[in-house]
Design a protein around this ligand. Structure first.
Ligand SMILES: [Ca+2]
Length: 115
């Protein structure tokens, strides 16, 4: 029997949480302006239904959390990142990006304890 999944990409479904993570990212110089990918993977995608973005917990992505002109499905983008954009003063709003790109990522651990 496989162990129960105890973590997944973070569900950043509220503006408050997104701003909190943004503040955290910006407070650590080693994280800020990351060398890989200009953004961080978080847990939403439209893999099952093009244009319909869903968080890992099944909730819809709130339109106010997207960066301007996103999601744009540019060349087939289906995974969500907190985008380091604009480069000099990033808001880390959501953007759809190509799932195979290398980026940092933000995970969350499920509530409760594991054995
Ligand atoms: Ca995009």
């Amino acid at each position: 029997m496989y162990p129960e999944k105890i973590s997944n990409l973070a569900v950043v479904s509220t503006k408050v949480l997104r701003l909190s993570l943004t503040s955290y990212i910006k407070s650590y110089s080693k994280l800020n302006f990351g060398r890989i990918g200009r953004g961080y993977w978080v847990g939403c995608n439209d893999i099952d239904d093009e244009g319909h973005f869903i968080w890992e917990d099944g909730t819809e992505v709130d339109s106010q959390n997207w960066e301007k002109r996103q999601p744009n499905n540019n060349n087939g983008q289906h995974c969500c990142q907190m985008w380091q954009h604009p480069k000099n003063k990033p808001r880390f709003k959501l953007d759809d990006a190509t799932c195979s790109k290398k980026k940092g990522y933000i995970c969350q651990i499920k509530n409760g304890c594991s054995e």
